[in-house]
Structure formats: structure tokens, C-alpha cells
Write a protein that binds this ligand. Structure first.
Ligand code: AMP
Length: 187
């Protein structure tokens, strides 16, 4: 059983690697970004609440995000482990995740930190913008999202590093190559 986080700046390849690890480890990959995008596409109340924030590359308020994650982690498939991608994204969310897990005497086992330099991230995100046309992938919003990561999310790594559970992996390179690095780092 594994309860795991994958943390890294936008464009580091978290989503791709999370999907692959999910298959290998037999645990669900839960992406808060994907849940928001799904709700926005389907015009749900949650989507309406989130859209102005995601479009601008800002964090959706913790009250909305924390409730969504609490509900998702209560679902049956998450009881035997999970891989969270994109949450927690600030110190308050990390506290909330601790609280959710403490209610069930659970903990995060391991945090995978995926790194990549800024120029590489911007060029990857611009490439993805051209392919997928995501509203949050204009160059201006991309740069803002990277700033938000540095300002709010980088500290989350420190919180888990203090617990000695962070494994850092270089996200630069081919998809298979990075997956192998991750598998090595986890073993
Ligand atoms: P992502 O695909 O993980 O980069 O997420 C896309 C967008 O969804 C982010 O830019 C935020 O607007 C929103 N989002 C995703 N996860 C969170 C979170 N944990 N807290 C707040 N906003 C989030």
C-alpha cells in the first residue's frame, strides 16, 4: 500500500508520470488539475467556482480545493493507496491533508519531487498549448503559473523534506527514461 505525492513545477511531466506509476503500483492517480478541468468542461458548480482561477493560473481557494480532495480520498478506490498529483500546493493544503489522513491513522509514505529548469518548462508548456489549446497555457499565464509554484508550492517540498520522505528525480529527458529514474528512486 502506498500513499504518495508527486510535486514539481507545471510542465515537469507530473501528470504523465503519475499515470504510468498508477498503472505500475495499482493505485489511482488523483490530479486536482484534471478534476477541475473535468468540472469546467461539464459546467458543474465546482467548475464555475474554479474557472476564473485556473484561467488566470492562480490557485483555486483552499476551501474549495480541500473539500474536493477530502471527498475524492473518501472514495473506495483510494482506500488502498493513492498518488496525488497537484495537491497539496501550499502549506495550508499540506496541513489539511495531514488532518484528513490523521482521521484514519494514515500518513504520506513518500513524496516524489520532479525537477526541471525554467526554460525547459516554458518550452514544454508552450508546446502543449499548441497541441491542446488549454486556456491556462498562454505564455503570460505559463510564466505566472511558474511564479505561483515558486511562491506558494516550493515550500510544500520543505515540509515533507523535514520528514525525510522526499525523493528527488530529474524530469529532464525522455518519458521512459524519467519513468525508470522514478522507479529506481522509489525502490
Ligand atoms: P495542474 O494541471 O495541476 O497544473 O492544475 C491546473 C490548475 O488547476 C492550476 O493552475 C490551479 O488553478 C488549479 N489547481 C490544481 N490543483 C490545485 C490545488 N491543489 N490548489 C489550488 N488550485 C489548484
Amino acid at each position: 500500500m502506498t500513499r504518495m505525492l508527486i510535486i514539481g513545477p507545471p510542465g515537469a511531466g507530473k501528470g504523465t508520470q503519475a499515470e504510468r506509476l498508477s498503472g505500475r503500483l495499482g493505485i489511482p492517480a488523483i490530479s486536482t488539475g484534471d478534476i477541475f478541468r473535468f468540472n469546467i468542461k461539464n459546467g458543474t458548480d465546482l467548475g464555475k467556482e474554479a474557472q476564473s482561477y485556473t484561467d488566470a493560473g492562480n490557485l483555486v481557494p483552499d476551501s474549495v480545493t480541500n473539500r474536493m480532495v477530502r471527498d475524492r480520498l473518501a472514495e473506495a478506490d483510494a482506500q488502498e493507496g493513492f498518488l496525488l498529483d497537484g495537491y497539496p500546493r501550499n502549506a495550508a493544503q499540506a496541513d489539511e491533508l495531514d488532518a484528513i489522513l490523521a482521521e484514519r491513522d494514515q500518513n504520506i509514505d513518500v513524496v516524489l519531487q520532479l525537477t526541471a529548469d525554467t526554460d525547459e518548462l516554458v518550452s514544454r508548456l508552450l508546446g502543449r498549448a499548441a497541441e491542446q489549446g488549454r486556456a491556462d497555457d498562454t505564455e503570460e499565464v505559463i510564466r505566472h503559473r511558474l511564479e505561483v509554484y515558486e511562491k506558494e508550492t516550493a515550500v510544500v517540498v520543505d515540509i515533507y523534506a523535514a520528514r525525510g520522505i522526499v525523493r528527488e528525480v530529474d524530469g529532464l529527458g525522455g518519458i521512459d527514461e524519467v519513468t525508470e529514474r522514478i522507479v529506481d528512486a522509489l525502490s
